[in-house]
Each structure stands twice: as C-alpha cells, then as structure tokens.
Design a protein around this ligand. Sequence first.
Ligand SMILES: [Zn+2]
Length: 202
Amino acid sequence: MATNPESPMDLLWKEYSLVFREFDDHTLARWLAQTLGQLEGKAWRLSHPLLGAYRLAAQLGHERQIWFKRLATPPAAYGESPCCRAPMLPLLTRDVRDTGLICQHCNDTLVPYDDVAAAIRGDLETWATQYAPVHAVAHWDDRQRKSAGNYDHAYENAAKEAEALLARAGSRLAPKLLESFAAVVWEDQDECLEVRPEDVLL
Ligand SMILES: [Zn+2]
C-alpha cells in the first residue's frame, strides 16, 4: 500500500485484494463487521497481516459504499465516521499535527488534530515535535548533509531515534487513543529513514 500506484508493492497489494472482489456486497459487509469485532479493544500495527487484510476489504467496501447501504451492523463500540460513515478506525502517523488521524476506510482525515481529545493531544504534540527533526534528516539538502560531517552516521542515528519514537507511539500513544476509539492503528515504519516494522520493538 505504497503511495505510488505503479510501485511493485502496490501491484502486489492489488493482487492480494482480488480475493475480496469475489465477495458480493453482503458477504463483504459481514466480513468487515465481524473483523471489526476482532479488532476491537486493541492498538494495531499498520503492518499486522489482519489489519492489512482489513484495509484491503475496507477500501473495497468504501468503493462499493457498503456502509451507506447498511448491509451489516458493526459492533456498537465503533462510532460513525464523519468522513465516510464507516465505523471509526483511526490511523496514527508522524504527520498527525498536519493531517489529524486518518480514516482506514476512505483515507481522508477522520479526526482533525484540534479535535483529538485534549487529554492525549499534549502527548501527541510532544511526540510529533520530537519526531519532526528526526525524520527531516532523511530529507536534508546537500548543504545540511555537508555541515553534519558524516551524513551516514547522522542518518543511522536518526533511524535509531525513529525506532524508539515509533515504539513509543505503539506502546503509549495508541493505547491512550483507545479511550476515545474502539480500535486504533499506528504506523510502525518510517520509509524515508528505512525503519521497517521489524525494527520497531515494543
Ligand atoms: Zn472515512
């Protein structure tokens, strides 16, 4: 699910999603509702296979307007998303201050940053403020790289710091968001710093 639609990874996910295209609307709606029941009460890594499968089905469900048709009833703990009326399943990313929490059904903003519960916004602010300069190392221009002396070293350090910051998102921030949402997803990688999910240990 990379951002470039032509990337090999995207083509692979497209292939994975074919299984859901064989589902009729009712079957897809029931699968989504049932899986939401299994996701309930936990903070999920974006890389988790069950979550990956759910996201594929959810995007197809969005295309087919499954939640508007009310073909299945999602678990009661999930509120209705203002963006697309799907059950609320937010994604926490390092860009939370700019994009808010992202809807896993339509990929639009589910909750603008200013509307996140005040009790956790302070922690999110601190985290995102620490993360921004770390992530920025991946995008330094030539002048900045030169002034750092050993850029490889600076990049390695930034990747290590990103691993710790992502672990904090998964172990502390996402669980706190569970006070506001039935289930939460957190991004457990940083592609620009080449931090992979398996590098982020909880
Ligand atoms: Zn949505």
